[in-house]
Design a protein around this ligand. Structure first.
Ligand code: PEP
Ligand code: MN
Length: 345
């Protein structure tokens, strides 16, 4: 249930509604908006009676929320969330380009790539220090040394860094070094990790699970918001299908669906969707055309020597070409987003 207050509602009336909600044993979550204050009612076990709320002073409306996700939904918050990482903004028309290698391999490798992607137009740097690998014999990442390298990359280039917290054990460390903490596809339903991310003060990049429905994905984001962290960026990275011409299948329909259902920004990782370099640029264009708020792309200066995901990593000159293409498409994206933006009620 969403209790919408009158525009003229006094702070005392708002407090009164919160007290009335808590008296029933529910949790009250005030959501300040530009035009109005709304109060989300959470933790109800069964159906709620709208009449109870409608009778309270200062209340304009009590709207049942039909979806299982509440805090991430447009019903709770009609305005787009903008996630801010230093000077970088993501969402509501702000487009972010994140680029870097799959894994941090050495200081020289990370710095070389970071300088190149920054020059091309990237706003943030990516690179895994803890890698989720199918085989226990594959390169697992440099661990804390990788995080320290990322901090040096930020220091030298000024680019904020995003890197994955693979499990609960390393979360504190990753949170300490990273500007954005990534929760990977394989961990999308790791509920204790999601709860930990909810307690974090750092923005979270939540990847879609390999076979997750959009509802499951939004429920995962709900865990993070419920924990008190509203700075969540969703990342579509392709899902498993029967197709064998690509590593996964990029679900381009996720963008319009998520943007309708949720106020959270959504970006696309075309690299893990494709698994092959030649599909990355076309998929990037498609992602932006359907309303993605940004891209996260794997780039390596010597992909044939990369310790992971070399086959899907763009050469720096290709990333540069992609940035140029995006630049010339930008005006059209702005028009698309304005056309698609839901009208706030
Ligand atoms: C990654 O971005 O480094 C990664 C491992 O991606 P995913 O979790 O989407 O497979
Ligand atoms: Mn990778």
């Amino acid at each position: 249930m969403l209790v919408v207050m009158n525009q003229q509602a006094t702070p005392e009336q708002i407090d009164g509604v919160i007290a009335a909600i808590e008296k029933k044993g529910y949790t009250a979550r005030p959501i300040p908006g530009g035009q109005r204050v709304a109060i989300g009612v959470l933790n109800n076990k069964g159906a709620m009676d709208a009449a109870y709320f409608l009778g309270l002073p200062g209340v304009k409306d009590a709207i049942p929320v039909t979806k299982p996700y509440k805090l991430v939904s447009r019903e709770f918050q009609p305005e787009d969330t903008v996630v801010r990482i230093g000077d970088v903004a993501v969402g509501n028309g702000h487009l972010v380009l994140i680029a870097g290698p799959c894994a941090v391999e050495s200081e020289e490798q990370a710095l070389t790539i970071a300088r190149m992607v920054k020059k091309a137009g990237a706003h943030m740097f990516r690179g895994g220090a803890y890698k989720p690998r199918t085989s226990p014999y594959s390169f697992q990442g440099l661990g804390e040394e990788g995080l320290k390298i990322l901090a040096r990359v930020r220091e030298e280039t000024g680019l904020p860094v995003v890197t994955e917290a693979l499990d609960h054990e390393v979360f504190d460390l990753v949170e300490h070094y990273a500007d954005v903490v990534q929760i990977g596809a394989r961990n999308m339903q790791n509920y204790s990790l999601l709860r930990r991310a909810g307690r974090s003060r750092k923005p979270v990049l939540l990847k879609r699970g390999l076979s997750a429905t959009i509802e499951e994905w939004l429920m995962a984001a709900e865990y993070i918001l419920d924990g008190g962290n509203g700075q969540v960026i969703l990342c579509e990275r392709g899902v498993r299908t029967f197709a064998d011409h690509s590593r996964n299948t990029l679900d381009v329909s996720a963008m319009p669906v998520v943007s309708k259902e949720s106020h959270l920004p959504i970006i696309v990782d075309p690299s893990h969707a494709a698994g092959r370099r030649d599909q990355v640029i076309p998929l990037s264009r498609a992602a932006l055309a359907v309303g993605a708020h940004g891209l996260m792309v794997e780039v390596h200066h010597a992909p044939e020597q990369a310790l992971s995901d070399g086959a899907q990593s763009l050469y720096p000159w290709q990333f540069e070409a992609l940035c140029r293409q995006i630049q010339s498409m930008r005006e059209i994206f702005g028009t698309f987003q304005a056309m698609e933006r839901p009208v706030a009620s």
